[in-house]
Design a protein around this ligand. Sequence first.
Ligand SMILES: [Zn+2]
Length: 293
Amino acid sequence: MRTSVRGTSVTAFALGVLLMSAACGPSSQTPQTGSTTSASLTNPVPSSSAGRASPATPTATTSTTSSKPTIRPSTTTPTATIAPSLVGRVVSRIPTSRKVVALTFDAGANGDGVDSILATLARDKVAGSFFLTGDFVDSYPTLARRMSAMGRLGNHTTNHPHLPAMTDAQVRRQIAGARTTILSVTGEDPRPLFRFPFGDSSPHDLEIVRALGYVTIGWTVDSLGWQGTSGGRSVDSIVQRVLHAAAPGEIVLMHVGSHPTDHSTLDANALPRVISGLRAAGYGFVTLDTLVP
Ligand SMILES: [Zn+2]
C-alpha cells in the first residue's frame, strides 16, 4: 500500500519540482507496487471482459481513429460489473499474464507536449489512457477531444487537490465536477477510471471513489519525467525506468505539460523510444478499457 507523503515532499525536491508536483506530479518517487494489489496480479483478466478489449488484443489498431467507437452511457453504474478485486483499492497493474502495457498520461498542468505525444501515438498506432482534470479540459477543450479520440479518458478531479485533506462533500464535488466537464466537452464518460492527484489516497477516499462508480488506477512505474531536466531527469532515464519495470500488465505513468521552470517535456520526448523499446521486448499496448467489462 502506498503511503501518503504529505509533509515530506517539501524536503524532497527543489522549488521547480515542487511547483510541478503541485500542478500534477505525484508526491512521491515510490512506484505503486503495493502489496494490496498482489493477489490479483497473477490472475487473468476476468472472462467477462473477453468480448471487449482483451489484453490478448491490443486496442492500438482500433483506437487511433478519429471517432470513438462507443461512449458509455452516463447513467450506468460501471463498477457493478467490474471484478470486485479491482474496486476499493489502487490498481497498480493490469491483472494479466500477457505481455501488454498501458501507457497513461496525466494532464493537470499545461498543454505542452500534447501535440508531440498524440503524433507519436498516431504514428506508432498505439492508444493511450489520459487522466484529465476538469480545469485542464476547460483550458484545453480541443486537446481533450483529441485525447479522447486517441484512447481512453479518466477522471483526475477538478483542480488536482490533495483529496485526503478534504471533506467528503468536497471530494465528491471534485470527482463529480470533473466528470461533468469531461463528459460535456469531449462526449466521453471518464467513469469508471479514476486516478488520485499525487497518488495521494486514503482508505476512506478509496471507499468514496468506489461508491461513485470508479476504479482507482495507480501505476506500476512513474517515468518521473514530470521532475524535468532540472530535477535530474533525461530522456535516457525515462526510457530506462519504463523498460526496467516492463512486466505483463505494466501501467506506465507519464505526464503531458511542460516543467514549470525548465520547460522540458521529457515524457513527450521519450515516448518514441519508450514505445520502440517495449515493442522490441515483445510488448503490445492496451488502454485501461481492458479493465472495463
Ligand atoms: Zn496529476
